[in-house]
Design a protein around this ligand. Structure first.
Ligand code: FAD
Length: 407
């Protein structure tokens, strides 16, 4: 079991020493010896040994009683008493998963003086809210939130835990998975329950060249962080009822090495792309950075923000902060205007949940038109100035032309 050197076969050639990434192997009396405290069982040494002198057997792992785990949990992220909207998206997705598993949907809420937020979580689909309302968890700290959520999950045994792939979720959820000795799929863009009842977690892999679906077959809970703005928010339903359960975790789980001295709210700088209702994005078709002024003009006329494809960003025409797509931001505006954009999958994954898409492209076969609600086939340099002027004229007459697309 584990890893073992077959001394009779080892020639002491030392190839495995060079291959080991953690320097766990040394030569002792002309034969390789593995320090098991250092070895990570990566098996790099096994394949490099030309004499088949290193044997590896997968250690036996106990499969827990999976039926003991119940419920879908959503970590309800809040800051200064306001819920992050990703929590509503997770509740929407969590509801579907809970229904497919015939179980309950719970929101987990940490903070100080946040009890009133539980009602909104229930209105948006939570059957239960596990509430840890304690001054010790007033400020987010990844070590503290990690141990507290792990302690709670160890007590309650949820089947699934979802969190937003936000800076907060990304910082502390891996700690929870490590403490619970379970798997975690980060940055998922799709979730569903597969035929065997496992959570199928889909995310881009190998630099986005494939979409990988990952399942956690032998461990519980099944854990995933989910990209913000990829899934639809759960609507609030007035009069919906649910249970608020005040929870506690052991004192030792409420200790942090980080002391918050002060927190300062950063003032807004320009339009926040992620939260914008209207986005006008430019791509390679613009031809040069100066032509982004046409995009800015249309965005200003519509009261929206400016986005871009990676192609435009890579050419240095616009800042990376404006990039939308797999390696940029994920957005979900009411109206997305794609100008001179071909519609590559890596761009689409960042904006496909936009409510309405207007595409402007001179190539009638551009893939973007397959997704578009409205399409204008033609030269963007002819279309944009006219469109912007028309919109400005309508605005001056007291009308809101964006409504024509979004209503
Ligand atoms: P092009 O593909 O060059 O398309 C330009 C379009 O403009 C064409 O359809 C053309 O018909 C049209 N056009 C040209 N001139 C005019 C004109 N005068 N009037 C009207 N239309 C015109 N891309 C992203 O956007 N975001 C990402 O996050 C991202 N991540 C990636 C990650 C990886 C690992 C990889 C491999 C790629 C990634 N890409 C990403 C790149 C992506 O594959 C495409 O290359 C990119 O989206 C193409 O950008 P584009 O549509 O602006 O440019």
């Amino acid at each position: 079991m584990g890893i073992e050197i077959i001394k009779a076969k080892c020639t002491g050639c030392g190839l495995c020493l060079n291959e080991c990434p953690v320097e766990a192997i040394r030569l002792v009396e002309g034969c390789a010896a593995i320090d098991e405290d250092v070895c990570t069982l990566c098996t790099a040494c096994v394949s490099v040994c030309p004499y088949h002198a290193i044997r590896f057997e997968m250690p036996h792992m106990e499969t827990p009683d999976l039926s003991a785990y119940q419920g879908v949990w959503v970590f309800a992220e809040q800051c200064r008493g306001s819920l992050h909207r990703v929590s509503f998206e997770l509740l929407g997705e969590g509801r579907k998963l809970a229904d497919a598993r015939d179980t309950f949907l719970a929101a987990v809420l940490f903070g100080d003086g946040v009890t009133s937020l539980a009602d909104e979580l229930i209105a948006r689909g939570a059957d239960r809210v596990y509430l840890l309302d304690d001054p010790k968890v007033a400020d987010f700290r990844d070590d503290l939130y990690g141990t507290a959520l792990a302690a709670l999950a160890a007590q309650q045994k949820p089947e699934i835990i979802l969190a937003g792939a936000t800076p907060v979720g990304r910082a502390f959820i891996p700690r929870v998975a490590a403490e619970l000795r379970t798997g975690l799929t980060a940055d998922c863009t799709e979730l569903h329950i597969d035929a065997a009842g496992h959570l199928a977690q889909t995310r881009p892999a190998f630099g986005g060249n494939i979409m990988a679906t990952i399942v956690t077959r032998r461990h519980r809970p099944q854990m995933a962080t989910v990209r913000y703005k990829v899934m639809r928010e759960a609507e609030a339903q007035a009069g919906r009822s649910g249970e608020v359960i005040a929870v506690s975790v052991p004192e030792r789980s409420l200790v942090s090495r980080v002391k918050v001295v002060e927190s300062i709210v950063r003032e807004g700088i320009g339009v926040n792309l992620v939260d914008a209702d209207i986005i006008v994005s430019g791509g390679g078709g613009l031809g040069n950075p100066e032509n982004f002024a046409l995009i800015q003009d249309l965005a200003d006329a519509l009261g929206g923000a400016v986005g871009a494809t990676r192609s435009a960003v890579d050419k240095g025409w616009i800042d990376y902060a404006n990039q939308i797509g797999q390696t940029g931001k994920t957005v979900c505006p009411k109206l997305y205007v794609a100008v001179g954009i071909s519609g590559a999958i890596q761009h689409i994954v960042g904006m496909k949940t936009s409510e309405k898409l207007l595409a402007i492209n001179r190539d009638p076969h551009a893939p973007i038109f397959r997704l578009a609600d409205y399409g204008l086939v033609g030269d963007l340099f002819d279309i944009l100035p006219k469109l912007t002027a028309d919109i400005r004229r309508l605005r001056a007459a007291g009308r809101n032309p964006a409504e024509a697309f979004t209503s």
